[in-house]
Design a protein around this ligand. Structure first.
Ligand code: AVJ
Length: 307
């Protein structure tokens, strides 16, 4: 629940945090779309290049006798190539899972000409559980987890997430995972702190959302966006740093919190991987790494894990 998560994150001792899933209100989703076209942010274009390349190979692997489930209903652009390549005699059944009804509606509109779209509103695992239990078509499932969203989990959580997904699948089902790879630190930092300030706006919008929806009095000018790279954890961290000592009231959640000068709110972790690491995590979770595609221009990997 938004109010509870905000209260917990801003009143707990030590490092203040806010869950990154709350970036994606209407303003945040629009800012994220802008991030994906930034010259400094190569992830989305790398992912798209790989999907275009691997889609025909998926057709050979599954020959249109598969139902497609997507964790998170992105903009549909990348998914389109996969659905097109899998479209055989009968239309592919496609199950996008997302907490956002508006994102699902947009996705269904985008892709209903290509597939039978069955939107599933809910968290990734509860949505997948519902589909895997019903198994509407009796066909194997191809689960898509694109765009390096897996990077938001810390490594242990990413491992157990893959285990949870594996538990719900049957032998022969598949999981296609997109993961951003470790690269030169300046390139990774620029991707999360672009000179135009789009990512800064995306991050600060989280405070604006709390003001809008929870009647808070954050003064955004008293905070500054910051991207850091933790070499040991191989992750980018996004923070909002308080420029002054200040007290914030969040009336809609019934609490107030103090910020000291230079204290931060940690708003997102974006873990970066080594290509072989995804295969190892997959096999630890009970998958076989059947294929992996790596982009030349921007180190990013798509890995096909078979249950
Ligand atoms: C959507 C989670 C893959 O981690 O790169 C982009 C989100 N955050 N810029 C990422 C994001 C800041 C993005 N993911």
């Amino acid at each position: 629940m938004f109010a509870d998560d905000v209260r917990d994150g801003l009143t707990k001792p030590g490092q203040k945090t806010l869950p990154c899933e709350y970036f994606y209100d209407a303003v945040g989703s629009a800012l994220f779309e802008a991030i994906t076209v930034l010259p400094e942010y190569g992830l989305t274009r790398a992912d798209a290049r790989l999907i275009r390349r691997l889609a025909p190979e998926l057709e050979r692997e599954f020959r249109s006798s598969v139902s497609v489930v997507e964790l998170g209903s992105g903009s549909g652009t990348k998914t389109r190539w996969i659905l097109e390549s899998l479209r055989g005699r009968d239309p592919v059944q496609y199950y996008p899972i997302d907490v956002s009804a508006s994102a699902l509606a947009h996705c269904a509109q985008e892709l209903s000409a290509l597939a039978q779209v069955f939107p599933v509103e809910g968290s990734y695992l509860s949505g997948l559980h519902r589909i895997a239990c019903q198994r509407p078509s009796g066909k194997p499932l191809l689960v898509l987890f694109l765009g390096s969203t897996i990077g938001n989990f810390d490594r242990a959580a990413a491992g157990s997430f893959l285990c949870d997904v594996r538990q719900m699948l049957r032998p022969g089902d598949a999981l296609l995972v997109g993961a951003d790879l470790v690269k030169a630190v300046p390139d990774m930092l620029l991707a999360y702190d672009d000179p135009a300030g789009v990512t800064a706006a995306f991050n600060l919008n989280l405070l604006a959302r709390i003001n809008r929806e929870l009647e808070a009095d954050f003064k955004l000018r008293n905070f500054v966006h910051e991207a850091r790279y933790d070499d040991r954890e191989r992750r980018i961290e996004m923070h909002l740093r308080s420029k002054v000592d200040q007290r914030i009231c969040v009336r809609g959640a019934g609490f107030a919190c103090e910020f000291e000068r230079d204290e931060t709110i940690w708003t997102e972790s974006c873990h970066k991987f080594h290509a072989e690491e995804i295969c190892e995590m997959g096999s630890d979770a009970g998958f076989t790494c059947a294929a992996q595609w790596i982009d030349e221009q921007w180190p990013f990997a798509e890995s096909l894990l078979i249950a």
